[in-house]
Design a protein around this ligand. Sequence first.
Ligand SMILES: O=C(O)CCC(=O)C(=O)O
Ligand SMILES: [Fe+2]
Length: 264
Amino acid sequence: MTAAYNQIKSPVWENKQEYPLTKESLKMLLEKRIPLIRLKEFATPEECEMLYAQSQLLNFNAYEDVSPKIEKVGITVFEYNSISKGDYFKEVEKASKLRDSIFAASFNPLKRIMMKFQECGAKVRIASEPFYGSYYAGLIRKIEHGTQTHIDFAPLEQSGWEVCTIVTQLSWTFYLKLSDNNHGKTYIYDRQWQPEDEQYKLDSYGYSDTVIANKDPIAFQPYVGDVLLFNTTNFHYVEPMNGQRVAFTSMIGLLPNGEIIFWS
Ligand SMILES: O=C(O)CCC(=O)C(=O)O
Ligand SMILES: [Fe+2]
């Protein structure tokens, strides 16, 4: 199954359009047959405002070695890959307590998205590591200066963690606060990562635009309350916002046994 997923080369999208979340569209997204899913009005404006207000009471930390600057509340395996697994799992309890106190004062979007997946027939859980326990899932993240062109695929970034055994990866991003303009779009290409692309890697995560030369991406315009789901093994980038762009997000992976795991 892993081999089959990794052999998929572009272009494979059947349509260059947005889809709603259904059992069928989720399957198609995992198979990279569609560009993205939009969950319209995943949360009410009041829920978004409450969660955003909670985030304003917290300290955002910038990722090290990531330029342009991306800030977040919560921990990621990406950051601890070069430190140690033990250190990541030491921080999980503290980070989860903070997240749960934010949920208690607003609402729980992680539970809601997992329920929506279950309604599509998916078997979902938080990722878990033998001898260590649950992963952390659920960042509050500010991407206001854009990103480089990149992919997110744990098996490439990690080794020896449960999340490295996934066969394909999605992310979900729930937009809490956006400045009132049409910037900050997410661009996704019908172009899969392949091993030869490593020669175009620029730094800790970005790739040269050579990888997407002559490709025409789909542009996703975020709106407060909506969720974007896409396959992060497709090259993608976020354009600068010129203002606020605050979201709640985590990674999602498909295991060889068909289970779907969430982590950050
Ligand atoms: O903020 C977004 O719209 C997407 C960010 C991103 O690169 C991802 O979710 O993998
Ligand atoms: Fe990404």
